[in-house]
Design a protein around this ligand. Sequence first.
Ligand code: C2E
Ligand code: CA
Ligand code: CA
Ligand code: CA
Length: 276
Amino acid sequence: AKRRGRNRVEAFNDELRLRTVEVKRLSDDILRGLERGEFHPFFQPQFDAETLEIVGVEALARWQHPTRGFIAPDVFLPVAETLNVVARIDETILDQALFQAMRWEGQGLGIPRVSVNVSCQRLRDEGLIDKLRAMNIRPGALTFELLESISFDTADDGLRQAIEEIKALGIDIEIDDFGTGHASIVSLLELSPKRLKIDRRLVQPLLESPSQQSLVRSIIDIGKVRGIETVAEGVETLDHAELLRNLGCHTLQGYALARPMGGDDFLAFAKARGWM
Ligand code: C2E
Ligand code: CA
Ligand code: CA
Ligand code: CA
């Protein structure tokens, strides 16, 4: 038994060493990938719940690794965080997303708004506000989705000030993953965001239980009372879409309507739907 126990420990150590090697390699690859411009946005359309017209797209980071193909954010973001380079990823995704929106416009496809995910690290970036000001973005054309789960400290004055300056530039603030993080609802509402995004973990079980339904309903109702729009993500069936519309949710995003796709594929998608 002792021997078997030791083997198990050895096996565990091997696995741990493998993982360490793997993380080390991933770290080196991420830094190289940033230098070489391997991080690109995919775009997932967002739809008006009533008319099902496209009202915007969310840019989602994808890593096009030279040998391993597309790598999802869930794999590289945790490592990028330990390397302190999430802000650099955010920056390149924002730049490319705005560039893509300009290209689409040149191709005859005007997208009302583009949303990007913004880490708190990026919000603290000194040069961010100056850069945004210089870009002279049309009011409402850009939304920053703030990840609630990054336990952002809304009592942090620097962060609050950055958010106010961003809003003053006509950039909308949306609270991402609303209802799943640690920040209090009151402190999040104090930021007066333009939109709340209801996380897919709340949306998916919507048809199964009345209590789930009342949770989502209350988020939408808070929004109504405060004049804040609501966006639902993870809309995987048309039944979800219909229920959410009936609850008064403004905007829908999910596989039932469209998956994230590359910029050219999105153009083809919009064309096929007669949106241009
Ligand atoms: P998120 O912001 O909550 O984005 C929604 C995620 O749900 C995306 O995963 C999207 O592909 C996926 N999704 C969309 N529709 C459906 C659906 O109907 N069903 C299901 N099951 N999933 C759906 P993705 O692209 O893997 O991104 C994961 C997370 O990584 C994002 O979650 C976001 O928190 C983060 N992320 C993505 N891009 C960036 C970025 O550029 N910067 C930062 N800081 N974070 C990013
Ligand atoms: Ca998001
Ligand atoms: Ca998330
Ligand atoms: Ca989410």
